[in-house]
Design a protein around this ligand. Structure first.
Ligand SMILES: [Zn+2]
Ligand SMILES: [Zn+2]
Length: 363
């Protein structure tokens, strides 16, 4: 199959022919119809996270099941599915308590030592990033990573449910548990941040302040229900949030970029008793400095968010259904659709931070 192979950090991937194994045990072979490009892909291609090379990036996948392993019970060929990078065994305490994102038995979903690799190139094992490796014609995954979605949902819109939407909307709905009347700020209006805006709106927040440096993304945020916006290339985000909340600050701030300065701002803009959520993934060398005194005296909290605390087999069909009802805007989250051969151009679009989500839909 064709796949974009990353062989060195800091170098563009090459589209090459890779070998993909046939499904064994509970594995499912999925023909990829759409594959979103996420900041985590960009980070993993530019910064050394210690992952073994070569690898195939991509972890936002919608596709159609083409073959299943002999012990697969929940899926069959023809099913229209979305994949989620939340690998989960389905049997550990965390999985049983509906917290698959905290699964402690992920190894049970992988091939065992001694078994041939799922992906290989010229006889050499290839890492599928996030257990998916979505920048390819096919993915081979454990059935627990997949969920069936309605046929009415177009592939590009379905794909972004797998990371951007569950992460952003989940941060607001699952992790923060935003309630009716709460005040919220979201820093960074890419696919994840805009989903956090929509999640906060769905949950009934009274005030949803969207912050970005690109006016086009702030337009989108307003379309998604943000009650006000701040252009941080022009205005001071902290002062603007204070001004919009009677000088107090917001109850919840979501940092959806993964930068030191904006995380600092997210801590400064919360009200006493408020919480800042780290949604964006920081680089391996990123450090945070903040007066510890402030946490206790101002009763502030800092909370990490992994994949929007998603129970994705509940959440992905939910957001799909809300989208089909016109209550969750997936259409405007998809900024453009490109071909796999134009992956580098898609990565460049992400680097500039100008648009929401670029999705590969031609392979
Ligand atoms: Zn992602
Ligand atoms: Zn588990």
């Amino acid at each position: 199959m064709k796949a974009a192979l990353t062989t060195a950090i800091g170098r563009p991937a090459d589209v090459v022919e890779l070998d993909i194994a046939q499904p064994i045990d509970r594995e499912v072979l999925v023909r990829v119809l759409a594959s979103g490009i996420c900041h985590s892909d960009l980070h993993a291609s530019e910064l050394d996270h210690g992952l073994p090379l070569p690898m195939v990036l991509g972890h936002e996948v919608a596709g159609r099941v083409v073959a299943v392993g002999p012990t697969v019970i929940g899926l069959r060929p023809g099913d229209y599915v979305v994949a989620c990078e939340v690998s989960n065994c389905g049997e550990c305490q965390e999985c049983i308590q509906a917290r698959p994102y905290a699964c402690t038995g992920v190894a049970r979903t992988e091939r065992k030592p001694g078994e041939p690799p799922r992906l290989s190139h010229a006889g050499r094992s290839v890492l599928p990033f996030a257990h998916l490796g979505g920048f390819a014609e096919y993915v081979l995954v454990h059935e627990n990573s997949l969920v069936v979605v309605p046929e009415a949902l177009p592939p590009a819109q379905a794909a972004i449910l797998g990371c951007a939407v569950v992460t952003g909307a989940g941060a607001a709905i699952n992790t923060a548990q935003v309630r009716v009347g709460d005040t919220v700020a979201v820093i960074g209006c890419g696919g994840v941040g805009l989903s956090a805006v929509q999640g906060a709106v769905l949950a009934g927040a009274k005030t949803v302040i969207a912050i970005d440096v690109h006016e086009s993304k702030l337009d989108l945020a307003r379309r998604f229900g943000a009650t006000s916006t701040v252009d941080a290339s022009r205005d001071d985000a902290v002062a603007a949030v204070r001004a919009a909340t009677g000088g107090i600050g917001v109850r919840y701030a979501f940092e959806a970029i993964g930068q030191e300065r904006t995380t600092q701002q997210a801590l400064e803009m919360i009200a006493p008793g408020g919480t800042t959520f780290l949604v964006g993934v920081h680089g391996p060398d990123s450090q945070l400095t903040y007066p510890a005194f402030d946490f206790v005296i101002q009763k502030k909290s800092l909370h990490s968010v992994y994949m929007g605390s998603t129970n994705f087999k509940r959440d992905i069909p939910l957001y799909a259904e809300l989208s089909l009802q016109g209550r969750f805007n997936l259409d405007d989250l998809v900024a453009e659709e490109i071909a796999l051969s134009d992956l580098e151009q898609g990565m460049e679009t992400l680097r500039t931070g100008r648009s929401a989500r670029t999705v590969i839909t031609a392979f």
